[in-house]
Ligand binder design. Structure first.
Ligand code: AMP
Ligand code: MG
Length: 408
């Protein structure tokens, strides 16, 4: 049986980034940029005031005190018309261009307006305790970027800050990698949809909605295909629809039971197995394969039916694949190391990912496994915020043991 690391490598070898597409800037959040973007403007586009106050000549404030004639008022969006001369100041708002002749701006808090003596003038301003060096409170033209400067490279993940930057340089549309379209299919004769009260022998479909949530959180678009019965016909019909997506994620039907028909139906649809079974607990029966069609390759994950196993397998194998398809790099879950809070015994050769609570305290990061009643116990999983990895082998881990965890 292959290890988690080998399985992750085999999956990522098949997950080639999807093509790029032009999208509206407002819809690009979370996507990976697929073009180099240069600025088409200087930013700021002029020498600009970064405070509300008075544009002055710093030599006039050699003593820190002065009384200056107010020349004019420049609001944001307006431009100054007069040059500031000796003994003069221009009232200016944050973001407005500074007038010629000035070399600093005094904050309004350090000033006091004197009543205008002659009608039609703006009066005078008294400045207190404001010794200013030249350049104070003025942002130089192009201080942040010059026209033509490269501002973003392909591969950048578009966060809100990047959206703002792209808007600033005039990009109404951007070329970005497509998100993976993921079809989610639950399988099992016993599975009923969640609005139904389960009859004898039935259980509700928790995996379908959960996997759709996992897909969205991983940046993919989820299409819920509902529930297939454990018959070749039903599975075949659903699988055909699922293979229209970039990725098909199934749950159930991949173990060694009589009605575990999923691998056979996938094979009949041309999906080639890459691996079946990984040395991990929970999640051992996981199946992974690919369908190479003319246009592009489809990835197919058969996850074990037990909900906790499904979630663990998604986090270990599917999530990184979806991110790589969407053009991200360095996609594997990054472990956070933490100290175990109490002793914990595990048996068997498989690496175990146990739901746990990860917390930061003064002593650093600690991790406490939650009480867990097996692979169907979603309630325990909901009390957890992470998975802690206990390496395989019969042994007891003592409090303080340093273990890898993955955030959920
Ligand atoms: P299987 O892998 O099909 O043998 O299923 C293993 C266990 O997971 C069985 O107890 C199933 O009833 C349960 N299971 C399978 N699919 C789902 C699902 N969609 N939601 C909740 N439990 C499921
Ligand atoms: Mg089943």
């Amino acid at each position: 049986m292959i290890s988690v690391e080998d399985a992750q490598r085999l999956v990522l070898e098949q997950a080639t980034a999807l093509p790029a597409e032009r999208v509206e800037l407002v819809d690009s959040l979370g996507l990976v940029l697929a073009e180099a973007v240069a600025s088409d403007i200087d930013s700021p586009p002029w020498e600009k005031s970064i405070v509300d106050g008075y544009a002055v000549r710093s030599v006039d404030l050699a003593t820190g005190e002065a009384e200056l004639e107010i020349l004019e008022e420049v609001m944001a969006g307006a431009v100054p018309t007069l040059e500031v001369g000796p003994g003069q100041a221009t009232r200016i708002m944050t973001g407005a261009p500074t007038p010629a002749g000035c070399d600093a701006v005094v904050m309004v808090e350090q000033t006091e307006v004197l009543p205008a003596v002659s009608p039609g003038t703006l009066g005078r301003v008294r400045i207190h305790a404001a010794k200013l060096e030249a350049g104070r409170n003025i942002l130089r033209r192009a201080a942040a970027m010059k026209c033509g400067d490269p501002v973003l490279a392909p591969g950048a993940i578009i966060r809100p800050a990047e959206i703002g930057l792209l808007a600033e340089v005039g990009k109404r549309h951007v070329l970005a990698q497509l998100r993976a379209r993921v079809a989610v299919l639950a399988t099992g004769d016993e599975i009923v949809s969640c609005e139904q009260k389960p009859g004898p022998g039935q259980i509700r479909n928790s995996n379908g909605p959960m996997l759709c949530g996992l897909v969205r959180r991983a940046g993919g678009t989820a299409h819920d295909l509902g529930i297939a019965a454990d018959t070749t016909e039903s599975l075949d019909a659903h699988v055909r629809r699922g293979l229209e997506a970039d990725v098909l994620v199934l749950s159930g039907g991949v173990s060694a039971g009589v009605l575990d028909l999923v691998p056979g139906v996938l094979a009949a649809n041309g999906v080639e197995q890459v691996f079946h079974k990984v040395n991990v607990k929970p999640g051992k029966p996981i199946w992974f394969g690919v369908l190479n069609r003319e246009d592009r390759r489809r990835l197919v994950f058969g996850l074990p039916g037990n909900p906790v196993s499904s979630l663990v397998c998604f986090e270990l194998f599917v999530r990184s694949a979806l991110r790589q398809l969407a053009g991200e790099r360095d996609v594997l879950p990054r472990p956070r190391w933490a100290r175990l809070t109490r002793s914990h015994t595990i048996r068997g050769p498989r690496d175990t990912y146990h739901p746990a609570v990860l917390e930061e305290s003064e002593a650093g990061w600690t991790v406490e496994p939650v009480a867990w009643r097996g692979s169907a116990d979603l309630r325990a999983l909901s009390a957890a915020n992470s998975l802690v990895l206990f390496p395989g082998g019969d042994r007891t881990f003592e409090p303080g043991a340093r273990l890898a965890t993955i955030l959920l």
